[in-house]
Design a protein around this ligand. Structure first.
Ligand code: LHQ
Length: 265
């Protein structure tokens, strides 16, 4: 019997995506890629979805590509890994980054290869203390993909990026948080409660403003200070016209909880 490679659930304004091939530590096959792409399309276009949570079923988060499906011996020759990257992994990373809605990643266990870098492409990474991040590519003659060569040096600096990528040394969640690779490590039992509270909070937040925060921080990676000062100015002008700004200020002054709608107008 085959089960769904991705479990999609909604909790209020949050979409919860659970990679679901636990017997393979949620390694990606074509079906899982297709299911995730479909769910992300739905999240992009449905205004009722205002935040996402990505996690894994079982003891692992994701072990990257299912190597059984890209085995030169089984395939009778070398597969075109470039095609896999171009058609599956790169579009996934682009979508996670371009999504105007915050994406939380709850790393529940080992995150290896592309699995580690898909986590890093999410906006907030919270990991179980027992989880490990492994740039496993160097063990099989590959280089970090799914944005790894871009994310790693930006998050932890070139020295640590090279150590992780050239040695493939597993990095525990606690150290990953200390290094600034992820937001935080939590006790295993607290992972899902904390991640769900976080994503539900984000889903009830001022979504237009949250989208601008994400986009403007991303833009900063390729901009000068002057360029980002300009962007901040333009986008703050728009944010300041949103109903959520008015509501946020009223709620603050009236000492009550805000009720955000998430819209620009
Ligand atoms: C797996 C996998 C896996 C299949 C565990 N595939 N079965 C992009 C484009 C195209 C092609 C190439 O790649 C890429 C990007 C990439 O992601 S390349 C990197 C691919 N990933 C890896 O190299 C990691 C491979 N896995 C491991 O090194 C270990 O499984 C880790 C360190 C993640 C976990 O070790 P353990 O906790 O000791 O678990 P295990 O090794 O016993 O795995 C459990 C099962 O999952 C096992 O199956 P079995 O039938 O023996 O119980 C593994 O074969 C299977 N599995 N990863 N990527």
């Amino acid at each position: 019997m085959t089960s769904e490679p991705l479990i999609v659930e909604r909790r209020g304004g949050a979409m919860i995506l659970t990679l679901n091939r636990p017997e393979k530590l949620n390694a990606f096959n074509d079906d899982m890629h297709a299911a995730l792409a479909e769910a992300l399309s739905e999240a992009e276009t449905d205004p009722d979805i205002r935040a996402l949570l990505l996690t894994g079923a079982g003891r692992g988060f994701c072990a990257g590509q299912d190597l059984g499906d890209r085995d030169p011996a089984r395939l009778g020759g070398p597969p075109d890994l470039g095609a896999t990257i171009e058609n599956q992994y790169n579009p996934l990373i682009r979508r996670l980054r371009a999504m105007d809605k915050p994406v939380v990643c709850a790393v529940n266990g080992v995150a290896a290869g592309a699995g580690a870098n898909i986590a890093l492409a999410c906006d907030i990474v919270i990991a179980a203390r027992s989880a490990k991040f492994i740039q496993a590519f160097c063990k099989i003659g590959l280089l970090p993909d799914s944005g790894g060569t871009w994310f790693l040096p930006r998050l932890v600096g070139e020295a640590r990026a090279k150590g992780l990528a050239l040695l493939g040394t597993p990095l525990g969640a606690e150290e990953a948080a200390q290094w600034g690779l992820i937001w935080k490590a939590v006790d295993d039992d607290n992972l899902m409660p904390e991640a769900l509270t976080m994503v539900e909070g984000l889903a009830g937040g001022p979504s237009f403003g949250l989208g601008l925060i994400k986009r403007t921080i991303h833009d900063a990676a390729g901009n000068s200070l002057e360029e980002n000062l300009q962007l901040e100015c333009e986008r703050q002008r728009r944010a300041g016209r949103s109903p959520d700004y008015a509501e946020g200020v009223s709620a603050f002054l009236e000492k009550r909880a805000p009720r955000f709608t998430g819209t620009e107008q």
